[in-house]
Write a protein that binds this ligand. Structure first.
Ligand code: AMP
Length: 273
């Protein structure tokens, strides 16, 4: 497995590759969620490149940029065992210059829900994803449905800017008890870990209510709110797959999105219906 820190070197390597390239962008501290994207890419492409970069522009002042988990040696091992072809680990000074054009995510869809709580977050996400796509020039890129709004906005960018990459959405990977895997789960102590379970439990309760015929967004939100008692709820959103708010859940076209704080740790989860 090759490890590149320099942009020009990975570009040279990329040019030498003949065949399809699967690309998995990450911020590291890799877990089984990331690994599921990596495996899918390896299965469906001739080469797989994983990037590990904690992108400063997607963190707001006061967020966890400085303490975001770093597990470089373990990440390299995980990629090696998975038979990744190359890891790209750039430094921020090479990725960003002091003055440069900015990408603005469409405000109607990027400043609601996650983007309402983290204004500007998706501008930073699109900026880095576009840069990474331009460096790697992948055939396919793999993103988790766990970051549903991110996936939607990247899809929109790919369409609007006519980028030549196929996006592959990947299912959310969970612990056996339901907690969605996240690099930030490392922050949780035992008590918080137990409390955090109420997030996925709330989505299960919503699912059960829908099986009994309840599709009104208000009613579903109430059920979720009750199950999440004891957590600091940041938002409960019910949208269609284009991220328009909906009053009634439609089968095969809706997403329920949750964000909550457990202690100081902010967690998100969602359910695609
Ligand atoms: P991150 O390192 O958090 O930026 O995540 C990198 C990619 O992994 C993103 O496309 C995420 O949506 C995806 N991802 C993170 N957690 C999970 C999970 N539990 N299941 C599936 N994909 C995930």
């Amino acid at each position: 497995m090759k490890i590149f820190r320099s942009i020009s070197e990975i570009q040279e390597y990329r040019k030498s590759l003949k065949g399809s390239i699967g690309f998995v962008p990450t911020m590291g501290a890799l877990h089984n969620g990331h690994l599921s994207l990596i495996r899918k890419s390896i299965d469906n492409n001739d080469f797989t490149i994983v990037s590990i970069f904690i992108n400063p522009t997607q963190f707001l002042p006061g967020e966890d940029l400085d303490k975001y988990p770093k597990r470089e040696a373990a990440d390299i091992k995980i990629c090696e065992l998975a038979k990744v072809d190359a890891i790209f680990m750039p430094i921020k000074e090479d990725m960003y210059s002091a003055i440069e054009p900015k990408i603005l995510a469409p405000s109607q869809k990027a400043y609601i829900l996650e983007g309402f709580k983290r204004p500007g977050h998706f501008d930073g996400v699109l900026q880095i994803v576009l840069k990474l796509f331009n460096i790697i020039n992948p055939t396919r890129a793999y993103f988790g449905k766990k970051d549903a709004q991110q996936l939607y906005l990247i899809k929109d960018m790919v369409q609007s800017l006519f980028l030549h990459v196929e996006l592959i959405p990947c299912e959310i990977v969970r612990e056996n008890d339901g907690l969605a895997l996240s690099s930030r789960n490392i922050y949780l102590n035992k008590e918080e870990r137990t409390k955090a379970l109420n997030i996925s439990k709330a989505l299960k309760m919503a699912s059960k209510a829908m099986m009994k015929g309840e599709f009104q967004s208000i009613a579903i939100k109430n059920i979720i709110r009750k199950t999440m008692q004891g957590l600091y709820i940041e938002y409960i959103g019910i949208v269609d797959r284009d991220f328009n708010k909906i009053d009634k859940i439609e089968l095969n076209n809706s997403i329920i999105l949750l964000a909550a704080k457990v202690g100081n740790t902010r967690l998100i989860d969602n359910l695609w219906i």
